[in-house]
Write a protein that binds this ligand. Structure first.
Ligand code: NAD
Length: 383
């Protein structure tokens, strides 16, 4: 076993499944990291530059996130190569084909992620009846429309801000990636008196010291425009968001945006990781050494998956939002307290908390990480 699956450890991955259908240009991967707690929930990411390595790291992040949130679900992720803004008919064909090829993969429940949404999940549901993050018409709780993850980030901010001597009322916030996560985080934080001083998207950064109008910026983005089309403010390059002087910095876009080579540029006191795996481990160590409090992704951004799991088990949206608040507030408190008491990084504290839940569940299972399966290349995976 050793050496066949790169980067494998005692937790996972349980399975890696590669899917290709050259006839329609489908190239996709599913990584099921660990299903000891139950069938894995994890998003389907569509982007031109996704990789299997990224998928593996994201799948592990889901194992930790679902365990930390106390969900009866393991962690997985799937990625599909392609431009998410391609003509709808072809995107639908790709997603339906991918879902169909995974029709027997009962360890995996599809969810939305970057480049996919409720409609995409409706296609998956139609093909194989195994998706969360569904449209209301199919009994779903539209988590991106309601802003489940942004709601969770605001809960996290309410606990973490005072822990680093900040008041949310008047706090200056900068958000990288003004999409589903970023814009709702901006809205919920603005409701608590925070001031959005900068936001970015793939085209650039808009900054205004006195504060941007969150509703106006959101309306712009919803019309398909860029943050650069905002009337007023200062237009800057995409990565200028790193240099913005602020109190709370929220990555809500891609992995590894902060690394050892650019971590020194960040001028903030608190980071709430809205995106998954947005910083390298080295960058987080550098920030900790400077006294910047970083609440890790799988604690801070768990709102979406908690909402999805609640939907899967038939809960109402009110119950889902209450559960998000309860779980994220408790976990943020536990992580900050443990990190301070043991003089370790918040990520180390959070990882220990999450892994404890996974390992306890693994002891109750016959197969440690999940069931055995054979992928299309004939590789049998059972740690
Ligand atoms: P989205 O596609 O709705 O929005 C992403 C935004 O980021 C877009 O506005 C895009 O223009 C921008 N962007 C992309 N690359 C960028 C870059 N390099 N610099 C600046 N902006 C950039 O996606 P989303 O659902 O908001 O997800 C964002 C991140 O949050 C992803 O990492 C996702 O995995 C993570 N996440 C999402 C949820 C959720 O509920 N949607 C939950 C947990 C984690």
């Amino acid at each position: 076993m050793a050496g066949l699956i790169l980067d494998a450890d005692d937790i996972g991955p349980a399975k890696i499944i590669q899917v290709r259908e050259p006839g329609i240009g489908l190239e996709a991967v599913l990584v099921v990291d660990n299903v000891a707690r139950g069938p894995a929930i994890g998003g389907l990411r569509m982007a031109p530059d996704v990789t299997t390595a990224e998928c593996m790291r994201l799948a592990r992040a889901m194992t930790l996130k679902n365990s930390c949130a106390g969900l009866a679900h393991g962690g997985a992720k799937s990625v599909l190569i392609g431009d998410p803004r391609q003509p709808r008919a072809h995107k639908e064909r790709l997603i339906r084909a991918f879902a169909w090829m995974l029709r027997n993969e009962s360890d995996y429940i599809f969810g939305p992620d970057m480049g996919t949404d409720e409609t995409c999940m409706a296609w998956v549901q139609d093909e194989i009846g195994r998706a969360v993050g569904l449209p209301v018409e199919l009994g779903g709780i539209p988590l991106d429309e309601l802003g489940a993850t942004g709601w969770g980030l605001a809960q996290c901010a309410e606990i973490a801000a005072p822990a680093c001597g900040l008041q949310l009322d008047g706090a200056r916030v900068a958000i990288q990636g003004y999409g589903a996560v970023g814009r709702h985080a901006a809205r919920f934080l603005a409701e608590r008196g925070a001031r959005l001083v900068a936001a970015s998207d793939t085209r650039g950064t808009i900054a205004q010291r006195g504060g941007l109008d969150v509703a106006e910026l959101t309306a712009l983005k919803m019309r398909g425009a860029s943050v650069l089309d905002y009337a007023g403010g200062e237009r800057l390059a995409q990565d200028a968001l790193l240099d913005v002087d602020c109190d709370i910095w929220i990555p809500a876009a891609r992995p590894d945006v902060l690394r050892e080579d650019n971590a020194a540029r960040l001028r903030t006191r608190l980071v709430l990781q809205g995106a998954n795996i947005p910083f390298t481990a080295g960058a987080e160590r550098l920030l900790a050494a400077r006294g910047v409090l970083v609440i890790p992704d799988f604690v801070a951004n768990a709102g979406g998956v908690i909402c999805a799991a609640m939907e899967y088990h038939g809960a109402t949206r009110g119950a889902a939002f209450d559960a998000i608040a309860e779980k994220i507030r408790a976990n943020t408190t536990a992580v900050i307290d443990t990190a301070a008491a043991q003089r370790i990084l918040p990520r180390e504290a959070a990882t220990a908390l999450a892994l404890e839940g996974v390992r306890r569940a693994m002891k109750l299972r016959r197969w440690t990480a999940g069931a055995v399966s054979v992928n299309p290349n004939g590789c049998v995976c059972a740690p």
